[in-house]
Design a protein around this ligand. Structure first.
Ligand code: NAP
Length: 251
């Protein structure tokens, strides 16, 4: 375990990609805030594993689609007093229940996808920047959004989900320019098909079919994405900002 470089907030870290990022970040010395929406048991399990391995972690509940809850989340991170906030990974996102014909979706379904995927990312980025910005007494930092290749290619029957991710990609580029003088880098990873979320429940046959459509011939793991996130966060990527890095096996 290396000396603590500070605090990282990972949204939606109770399972899947977020949990993999939280575990890897903790092994690199970050004190990790494991945010979740409803699965307190899973979030606590991620924290327990990190602490058992000698790291620091705390689970904090907040629905990122509700701005007031995001404000409270970051206040609780301040109160944790685990060090300066140096990294944010905007991972929380709706995957289940976002598929369907657009003309069959009602306004509430559309608003929910946009609220979690896009508005949650915006609210968390704002709260993190207020703490990281050099002009506000912060130490700078790094923000990574978990976007999706659907945001580039559109996907099928996931037009709203894809649009929310495309907006995150555009936000990445613009915010990176604004944040650079504040000592903050902003990047995105853009996963392809990853063995988490909606892909967990698929049959072996469905997974094999998906794998055959990927040039590297396998579905990605949450760890594949976590490694890319941690590289973007690290000093090795200190000249990289405003980029969208595909983690998609060539697809
Ligand atoms: P997942 O396994 O379904 O996990 C989703 C996580 O987000 C859970 O920790 C969940 O918390 C949390 N969450 C959901 N809504 C939230 C909210 N309103 N506020 C706070 N937390 C919330 O998802 P995943 O597959 O790892 O996906 C993670 C990210 O990667 C998402 O942004 C997704 O769009 C993106 N992505 C995934 C894939 C893929 O193939 N899996 C591909 C491209 C992009 P609870 O457990 O408490 O509900």
């Amino acid at each position: 375990m290396s000396a603590s470089p500070g605090v990282m907030v990972v949204t939606g870290a109770s399972r899947g990609i977020g949990a993999a990022v939280a575990r890897l970040a903790a092994s690199r010395g970050f004190a990790v805030c494991v945010n979740y929406r409803s699965r307190a048991d899973l979030a606590q399990g991620v924290c327990d594993a990190i602490i058992a391995a000698g790291g620091r972690a705390c689970a904090i509940q907040a629905d990122v689609s509700v701005d007031a809850e995001v404000v409270r989340l970051f206040q609780q991170v301040d109160q944790w007093q685990a060090g300066p906030l140096l990294a944010l990974v905007n991972n929380a996102g709706l995957t289940h229940g976002t598929r369907g014909l657009f003309m069959d979706m009602d306004a509430e379904q559309v608003a929910k996808i946009v609220a979690v995927n896009l508005m949650g990312t915006l609210s968390c980025s704002r709260e993190a920047m207020r703490r990281m910005a050099l002009s506000r007494g912060g130490k700078g930092g790094s923000i990574v959004h978990v976007s999706s290749q659907a945001g580039v290619f559109g996907g099928q029957k996931i037009a709203v989900y894809a649009a929310s991710k495309a907006a995150i990609n555009t936000f990445t580029v613009g915010l990176a320019r604004e944040a650079a003088p504040e000592g903050i880098r902003v990047n995105s990873v853009s996963p392809g098909i990853i063995a988490s979320g909606e892909h967990i429940g698929q049959t072996a046959e469905q997974q094999a079919q998906l794998a055959s459509s990927i040039p590297l011939q396998r579905i990605g793991s949450p760890d594949d994405v976590a490694q890319a996130v941690m590289w973007l966060i690290s000093e090795s990527a200190s000249y990289i900002t405003g980029t969208i890095l595909p983690v998609a096996g060539g697809r």
